[in-house]
Ligand binder design. Structure first.
Ligand code: ZN
Length: 968
């Protein structure tokens, strides 16, 4: 490990000194521009973070070797709640977080106090993450580093927001948003524990009457109001009587508070337990029916109003709860009810659904064998009924003017009618609750008034986003439908907050643009930030006209120069650099950013930039698991990146996070994998040193002559591996590429070394190693540089050309010949194993030329379709030579015919191209090797030889590529 550490330091220093990853426009070279989502500096990196960045870096390094002028920049996202919430938790002395920082990430204890300031925290982890990125060897152009609170970047975001507003994509209005009541901020996916996007749904509250009080029952299925048989409350939960706007409501205690976030005036009058309501009655505002208020444990006071209407005909929960009550006379007595009160309740059916009897809920509950309210199968039962009724249900005649309507249509009509007649209202609720803010508080829905939104619901904008998506390469392609889906369902998104770091909304500076909205087109900013730093351009010089000119080519450069004091040359330099690197060639992140960041990036690019500058490709990958388990604080299985680097080294970590999975899958990290990678690299290191040593000692007597079959075999295999690895890299199948480069090629090299042990042909081994190191360089760049230098490679391997397969070195005859030797060795060993003999002499009889003739002819004929023994016989018996040995011919044909029919077409073509192999000669060339391997004397004979030593009559069994074997 120590030697790897030294190598890493050496090469990281050299790269930095030679500035080889600093990319400037170079019109003589094609460019390739890659970016990865910049990190939130709110905690140190762990091994899980390394996958996306390492993939992007390996890809950048590969494209650089393919001759592209590659730009890979990096910045830090200080904006908004991710940093703010973490600092706040620390300030509140969150013990779990402190334990995490101190014990897992080794943050010095005395540092913690400073980190309670969000800016200090961001700066601290910024340096920590950057150091990790350097130590793992990312080929980043650090000159372009920035943070999202740099005043120049703020100007860039202001310009972007002016553009969006000009296009009509910014709206002001009232919309429901996920909300943290503790922080007083909207919450999106990046603000919640477990990165959960709050899903907002609209409940209809139907106002059942209970004397002067309203019982607002919350439902997503208002059309079922015709089938209500009773009302459910949770007897143990706390409810309140409250004035809500101008009415008197009874709701759960939690609901009363939630209603205040949805613009209702709420005054709580008194509290009461649910059980105090049970046994009383209420009136259905639609049917006028008088019904009981009954107890049910499944009613969650935290969900909507905590008052539920019971529709046992169509809701499995209600059906089961009602059935359960019948068997609880004691409980009923407590509430002043009798069993007959329940048994007299008649279940009402209001929706007809094909495939179900009168009462769909009863059907499903019986079929699934559900007896208790607590049965988890009730969820599935509910979904099933809901789905079937929604898609194929029709309202029955007992629903008045809605009779005959499909359920979907009736739902909307009933809702509108009830609301307009004052019998119902609505309330927003989180459908996937509980969702927790990173600060720990449970999120609610707030109707955000006079809030600023980006209008991703705009249909014309959606059309542009679709157009961009359809032109892009998406890796893995399977996820394209997910992007389509996200573009379709995105709607207004709150884009500003009242707290956190970031850019203020230029026309309403009380607001700060939030983190998923100030990170959509910053890839463009990387292309010019170098100039901003170099010429010390001040924020006030970066007017909208400057960005209009640099990014859109609008305006007169001389005039802009005069107004801003930025010279025309600098302005033109920025414009040229932007146009050189844009469009973005590849955007990288984890799959989880598809529903927000990545789709926002598509939208915003289409809003701001002309079509030819829209992004070309997105690559996403799965997460990293740890020894098969989800990486999580609570499992205690998080390995900080810096710790991993110290334990295993940069190159083994890089290989480990990429080698176990393709893009779509999660990758599994384990110390066993990392150790195996380390050992593999150490072994490669040893092989290179050994090869160089052998070369020194054998150079004088090395045969300068031509290559032997096995040499040609090795070089031919090498071309195949280069081809395979290149194809895999082009499709970003890095797992496959690493398999080929590190394992399959290595197997061939091992075979070759075994075969040639005494011949000392180091030039072939060196050629293999040189190519292997070139292909390994994107994945394990440090050790590759070191070995490249040892092998006298020119310059940095990081800048060397990626190998191309050399067609002149493809030698299928050599490959088939070597396959013959492998086959013979294996067959012999199998016989020895089966007979448990210790051989003294081994005889190989190779097939007679006539057999080869028949064999090849048979293959040729089989290319067109299956061949039969009789057809083959017929073909040859015309020839008098074969007529003379008709019996032998029949015997031979019978043996080969099935085998030939099963050879894959590709292999057939190969065999035809290779033609007859002189097997005896091939075996004789390998005689020393085989003798050593089998530890016996060898006799290699051709079947046709006269006076053949063949005591057991084995020779006649010889077949092309399968010599007969006789052992003494
Ligand atoms: Zn919060």
């Amino acid at each position: 490990m120590e030697f790897l550490r030294k190598i890493e330091e050496k090469w990281q220093k050299r790269w930095e000194e030679a500035r080889i990853f600093e990319a400037n426009p170079d019109p003589s070279k094609p460019k390739f521009y890659i970016t990865v989502a910049y990190p939130y500096p709110n905690s140190p990196q762990h091994i899980g973070h390394a996958r996306t960045y390492t993939l992007a870096d390996a890809y950048a390094r590969y494209m650089r070797m393919r001759g592209y002028n590659v730009l890979l920049p990096m910045a830090f996202h200080y904006t908004g709640t991710p940093v703010l919430a973490m600092a706040k938790r620390l300030a509140e002395n969150d013990q779990e977080l402190i334990k995490d920082f101190v014990n897992v990430y080794k943050v010095p204890k005395e540092k913690l106090k400073d980190l309670t300031d969000p800016l200090c925290m961001a700066r601290y982890f910024h340096e920590e993450i950057k150091e990790g990125m350097k130590r793992i060897g990312y080929s980043i152009d650090w000159r372009r580093e920035f943070t999202t609170i740099d005043p120049q970047y703020n100007r860039f975001i202001e310009w972007q927001f002016h553009k969006l507003r000009e296009k009509g994509y910014i709206k002001r209005g009232s919309h429901p948003v996920g909300w943290c009541p503790k922080d007083g901020n909207p919450v999106g996916q990046h603000d919640t524990e477990g990165d959960i996007e709050p899903e907002i749904g609209e409940f209809v509250l139907i106002k059942f009457k209970h004397g002067e009080w309203v019982l607002p029952t919350a439902t997503l299925r208002p059309e079922t109001v015709f089938g209500v048989t009773n009302i459910w409350v949770n007897p143990k939960a706390l409810y309140v009587k409250a004035e809500v706007d101008d009415e008197k409501w009874i709701t759960s205690r939690e609901c009363a508070e939630k209603l205040t976030y949805q613009n209702r005036r709420v005054t709580v009058l008194e509290g009461l337990y649910g059980k105090e309501l049970v046994g009383k009655t209420a009136e259905n505002p639609v049917t006028g029916d008088k019904i009981y208020i009954l107890p049910a444990d499944f009613v969650d006071p935290k969900n909507a109003t905590g008052v539920v209407m019971s529709v046992p005909g169509h809701a499995p929960y209600d059906y089961v709860a009602l059935e359960n009550l019948k068997s609880k006379p004691a409980e009923l007595t407590e509430y002043g009810l009798k069993v007959e009160d329940i048994t007299s309740i008649k279940v009402i059916s209001i929706i007809a659904v094909p495939g179900y009897l009168e009462i769909p809920a009863a059907d499903v509950v019986k079929r699934m064998g559900i007896r208790e309210q607590t049965d988890l199968k009730l969820e599935d039962a509910t979904k099933e009924v809901y789905r079937h009724e929604f898609h194929s249900g029709r309202m029955r005649t007992n629903t008045g003017k809605y009779a005959g309507l499909p359920v979907a249509e009736a739902r909307e009509k009933v809702k509108q009618d009830l609301i307009s007649s004052g019998k119902a209202t609505t309330m927003y609720e989180l459908l996937n609750r509980p969702v927790r803010c990173r600060c720990g508080a449970e999120c609610v829905v707030k109707i955000f008034e006079d809030q600023w939104f980006i209008d991703y619901g705009n249909p014309e904008w959606k059309a542009l986003a679709h157009k961009c998506l359809e032109r892009m390469r998406i890796y893995p392609e399977e996820l394209r439908t997910q992007y389509r889906h996200v573009i379709d369902w995105l709607h207004e998104k709150a884009c500003a907050r009242k707290s956190g770091l970031g850019t203020r909304l230029p026309w309403d500076p009380d607001w700060i643009i939030e983190s998923l909205s100030d990170s959509t087109i910053y890839m463009a900013y990387y292309t010019i930030v170098r100039h901003i730093k170099l010429y010390n351009i001040q924020p006030n010089q970066l007017t909208d006209e400057v960005f209009d000119y640099v990014f859109l080519g609008i305006g007169e450069v001389e005039q802009i120069a005069k107004k801003t004091g930025i010279s025309p040359d600098v302005l033109d330099g920025m414009r040229r650099e932007f146009l050189y690197f844009y469009p973005l060639d590849s955007r990288h992140s984890a799959h989880e950013l598809i529903p927000n960041h990545l789709t926002f990036m598509i939208f915003n690019h289409t809003a701001i930039f002309p079509e030819e500058l829209w992004p070309r490709q997105i690559v996403t990958n799965g997460v990293v698991t740890m020894e098969g388990a989800k990486m999580s604080k609570s499992f205690g299985n998080i390995i900080p990146l810096r710790e991993g680097l110290a334990a295993y080294g940069a190159d083994p970590i890089r290989l480990s996070v990429l080698a176990t999975a393709e893009l779509l899958q999660d990758a599994d990290f384990s110390s066993a994998v990392a150790k195996a990678m380390l050992e593999k690299l150490e072994k490669l290191y040893r092989i290179v040193l050994q090869t160089l040593q052998t070369e020194e000692t054998t150079e004088k007597r090395e045969t300068r002559g031509g290559l032997t079959t096995v040499d040609r075999w090795m070089l031919s295999r090498l071309q195949e591996h280069i081809k395979k690895a290149t194809e895999a890299m082009e499709r970003l199948e890095v797992r496959k590429a690493i398999q080929t480069i590190l394992f399959e090629l290595d197997q061939d090299l091992q075979w070759y070394q075994k075969r040639i042990k005494n011949c000392g042909k180091t030039n072939v081994i060196k050629e293999v190693l040189r190519n292997q190191i070139l292909m390994l360089a994107p994945f394990a760049p440090h050790i590759s540089e070191e070995l490249w230098e040892k092998l006298d490679g020119k310059g940095f391997v990081s800048l060397a050309p990626w190998p191309r397969p050399d067609e002149t070195k493809v030698d299928i005859k050599a490959e088939e010949s070597e396959a013959l030797i492998m086959g013979v060795l294996e067959d012999t060993r199998n016989i020895l194993k089966a007979t448990k003999t210790k051989p003294r002499k081994i005889f190989y009889y190779t097939a007679a030329p006539w057999k080869w003739h028949v064999y090849l002819k048979a293959i040729e004929k089989s290319v067109e379709g299956r061949i039969t023994q009789s057809a083959l016989m017929k073909e040859f018996l015309r020839d008098p030579e074969f007529k003379a040995k008709a019996r032998e011919l029949a015997d031979f044909a019978g043996k080969i015919i099935e085998e030939i029919n099963q050879i894959p077409p590709e292999k057939k073509r190969r065999l035809i191209m290779v033609g007859r192999i002189n097997e005896a000669q091939v075996l004789k060339e390998a005689e020393d090797f085989l003798r050593d391997e089998l530890n016996a004397e060898l006799m290699i004979l051709e079947e046709k030889e006269a006076q053949l030593y063949d005591p057991k009559g084995k020779a006649r069994l010889a077949r092309p590529l399968r010599p007969a074997i006789y052992i003494e």
